[in-house]
Design a protein. Sequence first.
Length: 274
Amino acid sequence: MLIATLTFTFMQVCVRLVSEDIHPIQIAFFRNFFGLLVVMPLLMRSGLSVLKTDKLNWHFYRSILQTCGMFFFFTALTLSPLAQNVALSFTAPLFTVFLAIILLGEKSELKRWIALVIGFFGAWVVIRPGFSEVNIGSILVLCSSIVWAGSMTIIKFLSKTESTLTLTVYMGLFMAPLSFIPAIFFWSWPGLNDLWLLFLVGFFGASGHLALAGAFKAGDTGAVLPLDFLRLIWASILGFFIFSEIPDSWTWFGGIVIFAAATYIALNELKAKK
């Protein structure tokens, strides 16, 4: 989980750096293209049997949602501070719980609703509409979280029958061509330095997903999940040293509230399952 938090943050830094020359939509394509190359050795080692599924359409729907979410988030990285984006990205599990209650009919206890309200209050604290100018990047992060929540809802459904590797491989196989189509309209040929950064975006992104899946497979959720808060710490440190960004107290407070609410819901669900 430590590796996952670091690699995801490094990926975001590389996106911000290369966005000076390359459009975020095109960056998303290269992230998926190089990310697919990273997971191909795993596919070759496991054989084509990993592609066996009777839910191919759901893999496709999930990939559409994740592609749109990536477009939103990568664009947001170019418009608002790194730490603020990470703080608001903690809302994704909250939207996932909300959609699971609405779409999958999951149990909705009062304390879950209270935690959701508290978590969304944290998002309001970070954005502070009416008290400060609303950054379009913040809105895009929330849009990304909503779309990502829809994807996670599908993943919950697919994970009952599909392996982690199957989910990862189909994500790459579908998202690379899906993101290439809109990238054509923003295309500019990257130089060698940009190409290196784009490769790192794909490498760190794919490595982060594999590390995250390995973390939840190898360790108890209660021990692993709280470490996700390190993303906000890494983003604050790297944002300060690389982009001279200093997150304000509202970002920290709101991020802590959002993360605490999401973690409480996750741990409460784990306890209920046990």
